[in-house]
Design a protein around this ligand. Structure first.
Ligand code: FAD
Ligand code: NAG
Ligand code: NAG
Ligand code: NAG
Ligand code: NAG
Ligand code: NAG
Ligand code: NAG
Ligand code: NAG
Ligand code: NAG
Ligand code: NAG
Length: 532
């Protein structure tokens, strides 16, 4: 690091280190924050809208973008204030005021964080809700789009399809995901093998930094722009908007959804799937969802493998391809359904065929189920014997499902440090451990968390090692957390999420947010001062 940068950093540390708070003082910190916001409102044409526990709107605003009931219980810590930003200057005001009064800030766009990190903290905090900043501009001529952080993927996909049948954006399959969090964590979807992750298509971004300044690609510099793509923006600033490059899709794509139980040969099919799925043509994406179901005899359990696939092309070609490369699966012409890309988005959202595409514009209103997710990456095929052992464990645990998502394709061609998103060549598939439950209470919660962790333990021999890689978007606090941005603690999860990119992320963080204002349980730490 240059001497001049160090001098600047020291100045920054001396003059801007936030006033510390204590729990007993939290009310006055809240009052100070509100006073500061009101002051900021007076200095701009619009008032900044905020909600405290005193406002009747508080509960609805807080709950409306929670997507996990695990963090919607009477004991879940609540923020002192929720700011619902309607203008870019509201975001600037919120950052400046939170920093000034020394209250923690959590940033929420779509609210899908699996550990509630965008709306829960163990210390007094403020939520900056971005869901009203959701405008979308599609420029078909140039093949680009601008959208704000609070836009959801369904709205973006809908807006693209409204302008062109042959354009798409390669991001997640759940239409409710917020652009703000999803894209900076990577963004994995069914165009991955053809086009990579969502973050690979970002060509510009607007961000509010820890000083409250609005920066774009040019003014933020190469390093920060690199870090925002895959490094998790919440360690660096608030994303206001993304500019992305769109990709091309054919008039017709073909989808299928076919299940096989163990009695129907699922073990052989899944074994073959692990041998070929990463080597299929890039136009092919085929995931398998594994869960325990009732067998054909009373009281007996079996495993159901539900295969969901998409091919960027017609049904005839797909069936030929599948019968060539995955003959054990036995895909029938009648299983293959041709449709437009935007209709496939509705299909992947698990809606019945024929559902109007306007369903993509819907936003959920409250969390319906309790969730726990974990992730893994798999680099070797799994034998029949291995699969049988996995099935046995799943049947014993019963409630823990797994989604196996294919890798390969262009992911093998992108270097690990092109962006901060590191999980590239050498992966056959990615696992999402998916446990959902409806029973209330701590006992139930511990039971389902334990089951999920047991399956994760059991999977150790089959998955990546040193590090055991994890996917940031499938956030999992089990893999490590850091208190107050401790570097050694952070390194434990940092290496799993970011591999060799972790230290570069720490360097960028130290430059752009030396006070560690933008922090959470799994944020990027600043460099320990002895290493500066
Ligand atoms: C039902 C469901 C389906 C999913 N499907 C997929 C999938 O197909 N593919 C996939 O890759 N992932 C998937 N995910 C995971 C999802 O991508 C991540 O949870 C993602 O972070 C969600 O972004 P969000 O804005 O909705 O969430 P939020 O909870 O709002 O934010 C998530 C994280 O990003 C930060 N953040 C949010 N907005 C901003 C901003 N404007 N600036 C800076 N930081 C911000 C938050 O502070 C938090 O750390 C799924 C999650 C759920 C619940
Ligand atoms: C708000 O403005 C008033 C008057 O200008 C000032 O006295 C006060 O300190 C400000 N409060 C905060 C928290 O900035
Ligand atoms: C909320 O209400 C309580 C009493 O009802 C009051 O003491 C407190 O100052 C109020 N807080 C705000 C931020 O208005
Ligand atoms: C919430 O209450 C405060 C006063 O405590 C008020 O200034 C603010 O406008 C209210 N917000 C909403 C959204 O009604
Ligand atoms: C395409 O991009 C160029 C350069 O950024 C811009 O001048 C032009 O207006 C854009 N086209 C459309 C249709 O917006
Ligand atoms: C685009 O959206 C407008 C307004 O919602 C609608 O009237 C129009 O039919 C849509 N066009 C296409 C091609 O979907
Ligand atoms: C599994 O397939 C059968 C037909 O083969 C179908 O009736 C059933 O609904 C499918 N189950 C799921 C969960 O898709
Ligand atoms: C599975 O079988 C059990 C009895 O063994 C029954 O209670 C349960 O409802 C069945 N589940 C489904 C989804 O059919
Ligand atoms: C990526 O790593 C390679 C080799 O380790 C290095 O030469 C290159 O400069 C790095 N690229 C970036 C963008 O950091
Ligand atoms: C979950 O596991 C913990 C530690 O392994 C154990 O103490 C606890 O009793 C378990 N709880 C349930 C409900 O299984």
């Amino acid at each position: 690091m240059k001497d001049s940068t160090i001098a600047l950093l020291s100045l920054f540390l001396i003059f801007f280190f936030p006033v510390s708070w204590t729990t007993s003082a939290s009310t006055s910190v809240q009052d100070n924050f509100i006073q500061c916001l009101n002051n900021a409102s007076n200095a701009q044409p619009f008032c900044i809208e905020f909600h405290t526990p005193n406002n009747s709107s508080f509960a609805t605003v807080l709950q409306s973008y929670k997507r996990n009931r695990r963090f919607d219980t009477p004991t879940t810590p609540k923020p002192a204030v929720v700011v619902t930003a309607a203008h870019e200057s509201d975001v600037q005001g919120t950052v400046v005021c939170a920093k000034k009064v020394g209250i923690e800030l959590r940033i929420r766009s779509g609210g899908h964080d699996y550990e509630g990190v965008s709306y829960v903290s163990q210390v007094p905090f403020v939520i900056l809700d971005m869901s009203n900043l959701r405008s979308i501009e599609i420029d078909i001529e140039n093949g680009t789009a601008w959208f704000q952080a609070g836009a959801i993927l369904g709205e973006i996909y809908y807006a693209i399809a409204n302008k062109s049948k042959n354009h798409a954006f390669p991001a997640g399959v759940c239409p409710g995901l917020g652009a703000g969090g999803h894209i900076s964590g990577g963004g994995y979807g069914n165009l991955l093998r053809k086009y990579g992750v969502a973050t690979d298509h970002v060509i510009d971004a607007q961000i509010v930094d820890a000083k409250g300044q609005i920066l774009n690609r040019k003014t933020m510099g190469h390093d920060l722009f690199w870090a925002l793509r895959g490094g998790g923006a919440s360690s660096f600033g608030v994303i206001l908007s993304w500019k992305v490059k769109l990709v091309r899709v054919p008039d017709t794509v073909t989808v299928f959804k076919v299940n096989r139980t163990l009695e129907q040969g699922a073990t052989d099919i899944v074994a073959q799937w692990t041998q070929v799925v990463d080597k299929l043509p890039n136009e092919m994406f085929m995931r398998v969802w594994l869960k325990t179901v009732n067998g054909s005899h009373a009281g007996e359990k079996t495993i159901q493998a539900l295969f969901v696939g998409m091919f960027l092309g017609g049904a005839k070609e797909l069936v030929e391809l599948m019968n060539n490369r995955l003959p054990k699966f036995g895909l029938q012409q009648s299983d293959a359904i041709e449709m437009s890309w935007i209709e496939s988005v509705v299909f992947w959202a698990d809606k019945p065929l024929g559902t109007p595409i306007e369903v993509l514009l819907e936003r959920a209103t409250k969390p319906a189920i309790f969730l726990k997710r974990k992730s893994d990456f798999v680099k070797e095929p799994i034998s029949n014997a291995g699969l049988e052992a996995i099935w046995k464990t799943m049947i014993e645990l019963e409630d823990v499902a797994m989604l196996w998502n294919p890798y390969g394709g262009v992911m093998n061609k992108i270097s690990e440090n092109k962006t901060a998103y590191p999980h590239r060549a050498g992966n056959i598939f990615k696992i999402q451990y998916a446990t959902n439950w409806m029973d209330e209470g701590i006992e139930a919660r511990n039971l389902y968390l334990n089951k999920t962790r047991k399956l994760f333990e059991f999977m150790t021999p089959y998955v990546s090692k040193n590090p055991r890689e994890a996917f940031l978007n499938y956030r999992d606090l089990d893999i490590g957390t850091s208190s107050n941005g401790d570097y050694e603690e952070a390194k434990v999860y940092g290496i799993k999420y970011f591999k060799g990119n972790f230290d570069e992320l720490v360097r960028v963080k130290t430059n752009v947010d030396p006070d560690n204002f933008f922090r959470n349980e799994q944020s990027i730490p600043t460099l320990p001062s002895c290493k500066l």
